[in-house]
Design a protein around this ligand. Structure first.
Ligand code: AMP
Ligand code: MG
Length: 407
């Protein structure tokens, strides 16, 4: 690799080190999907919490049932779900009971309504005839069958899913101790940029990086927001960031870091941000450091460079910060199905591709230049060509990162 380039791996480590370790927080369950448990989740109550009926039917003492043939018992109680006082079952009687209702003391068996002559709805019958004997203990969900109070339900490090959050709720937790979502601010720079929906004048283009970044950040669970874009003007840039920086865990800018004139980000942040050239294509000009104490990553401006930089540096760093075990894209070795093409020596190349997942055949979409957003939008993978490789041709093995569009 040419001496003036930083390697992709070294720069990825720099970006990862930029974010201080995340502190766990108590996160309301409804906002915790996808977050990682910072502590073991303990059962606050037993699951089930009390012996309860698994069926609509009649609670009985098994000893009161005839071993052969039907049994008729007087009905002495009616127990809906939610009954909080538990009256013991009088011997020689049955209690009508609903699914989820507490089994009365003394009862050891539930007879489902289908095995009786009683209608489950309407007035309580005086007596019930049970058509056939049932096994002792039938249809009772015993207290603590799944967990006792204090048991570990899910270990620290578990990534919370809808079902895991249901379990936390069922065991009495209004919140979970988890690594919270990072608050990320996105700022696009460039005097040529106009927000979509507004009138373009000659020489202007529509701004697209902020929506790409905010959407990609939200996909990984970050709280992301775009600031209003700024022109290539250092005082405006500083002002825009200063107003918002303190509320962010991370700021991401795009544009203004390459080698031309009017590189607003470079001009404003030299000193507190280290600008570097990374051995990759696209995405070579990068910067990272702090803005008034808040970590900042300054991405290049080209839309494809922004996307690739996000994938290579930002996404893994934030996923690690959120305690997620898998910070890499699902990768595998595919087969290049495109024409032979050269690859820049000393740079890791990220090509947009469409991968046929069952066969691993990868067709390129678009050409390498990094402004080609249409081809990126059609791609479902990045094909990663190593620094040492100078050309790839049909049938060559190539590393594939599947993007969300493939999953
Ligand atoms: P820069 O790094 O600022 O020189 O930008 C590199 C290229 O990316 C230029 O062609 C810019 O017009 C384009 N560009 C920069 N920022 C954006 C943006 N937010 N949306 C779309 N294109 C952009
Ligand atoms: Mg610019």
């Amino acid at each position: 690799m040419p001496a003036e380039l930083t390697s992709v791996d070294a720069y990825a480590a720099t970006v990862r080190a930029l974010l201080p370790p995340a502190a766990p927080a108590d996160v309301p369950l409804a906002d915790a999907d996808g977050l990682t448990l910072a502590e073991d989740l303990l059962a606050r109550v037993a699951l089930p919490t009390f012996d309860n009926s698994a069926m609509d039917g009649y609670a009985v003492r098994h000893a009161d049932l005839n071993a052969n043939g039907p049994t008729t018992l007087p009905v002495s109680a009616d127990i809906p779900a939610g009954r909080t006082e538990n009256e013991p079952l009088r011997p020689g009687t049955a209690a009508r009971i609903m699914t989820g209702a507490p089994v009365p003391d003394g009862a050891d068996t539930i007879v489902q309504v289908e095995l009786t002559d009683a209608a489950q709805t309407g007035a309580l019958p005086d007596q019930v005839t049970i058509s056939e004997p049932v096994a002792a203990g039938r249809h009772i969900r015993p207290k603590g069958e799944e967990a006792d109070a204090g048991d570990v339900l899910l270990p620290a490090g578990t990534v919370l899913t809808p079902a895991a959050l249901g379990l936390a709720a069922a065991s009495g937790h209004p919140t979970v101790r988890a690594y919270r979502r990072p608050a990320v601010l996105v700022l696009s720079t460039g005097s040529e940029l106009v927000s979509p929906g507004e009138q373009l004048r000659p020489g202007q283009i529509y701004e697209s990086n902020s929506v790409t970044l905010v959407s990609a950040l939200r996909r990984i669970g970050a709280n992301a927001r775009a600031l209003n874009l700024v022109a290539d003007d250092v005082p405006t840039f500083n002002e825009r960031l200063r107003d918002a920086a303190s509320e962010a865990d991370l700021i991401i800018t795009s544009g203004g870091v390459s080698a031309g004139a009017y590189e607003v980000v470079k001009e404003a942040l030299t000193g507190s941000v280290e600008f570097t050239k990374v051995g990759m294509q696209p995405g070579m000009p990068q910067g990272s450091g702090h803005f008034e104490g808040t970590p900042i990553i300054t991405l290049p401006g080209n839309p494809v460079s922004v996307f690739v930089s996000f994938e290579v540096f930002v996404r893994p760093a934030l996923l690690a910060w959120m305690g997620l075990p898998d910070t890499e894209r699902p990768g595998f070795v595919g087969t290049w199905a495109g024409a032979a093409q050269s690859s820049p020596a000393g740079k890791r190349q990220f090509l947009r591709g469409v991968c046929d997942i069952p066969t691993g055949q990868v067709e390129p979409v678009g050409t390498p230049p990094s402004h080609m957003l249409a081809s990126l939008a059609r791609a479902n993978c990045l094909a990663v060509v190593g620094e040492d490789v100078e050309a790839i041709g049909p049938g060559d093995e190539v590393e594939i990162w599947l993007l969300d569009s493939a999953l």
